[in-house]
Design a protein. Structure first.
Length: 170
């Protein structure tokens, strides 16, 4: 028997200086709860591509990556303890977004309409959720997570620059 060597070459694309994973096969990507993550960064590849194409600002992109990772971890919750851990990760990521947006307001000192400014720095919106939870199984798991949250589930925590920087580096 001859040994055969199989070389798998994955084409990673560059987009705005960021190396994108290949677009996953939609049918294969939706077969499992966690989907496809070829580069093993904790973010499903289709969500990673969505984030890179949507957010040109590196800080916003990194915060979006952390939100996506925390949402991916929500799909893994199995008990109250893991629900609280996932909530803490999600709250920290959203706290970084809040910190970054408030710092941008100070820097820009613009007379921009407050609503349009908030939209500029909005990450976790319906489009993001639709991408992240794009199968019935993922959506049901997300709802189960919410059913197990404690009372103060929707607070956005204040986070310092150091905490945000530390969080974004992990």
């Amino acid at each position: 028997m001859k040994n055969k060597l199989l070389l798998a070459v994955i084409a990673f694309l560059m987009f705005s200086g960021y190396t994108l994973p290949p677009e996953p096969n939609k049918k294969e990507n939706k077969k499992t709860l966690l989907g496809i993550d070829l580069n093993n960064n904790g973010i499903r590849d289709d969500v990673e591509i969505y984030i890179v194409k949507r957010f040109q600002d590196e800080n916003m992109r990194n915060i979006a990556f952390d939100i996506a990772k925390s949402l991916q971890n929500i799909l893994l919750v199995t008990d109250k303890e893991s629900v609280l851990k996932a909530k803490k990760e999600f709250d920290r990521a959203r706290g970084c977004r809040k910190y970054y947006a408030s710092e941008a307001i100070k820097i820009e000192k613009s007379d921009t309409n407050a609503a349009s400014f908030r939209m500029k720095y909005k990450i976790y919106d319906a489009g993001f959720r639709d991408k992240q939870f794009n199968t019935p199984q993922r959506m049901h798991t997300y709802f189960d997570y919410h059913r197990n949250l404690p009372d103060k589930a929707y607070e956005i925590i204040d986070i310092s620059e150091e905490e945000c920087d530390e969080f974004l580096q992990n």
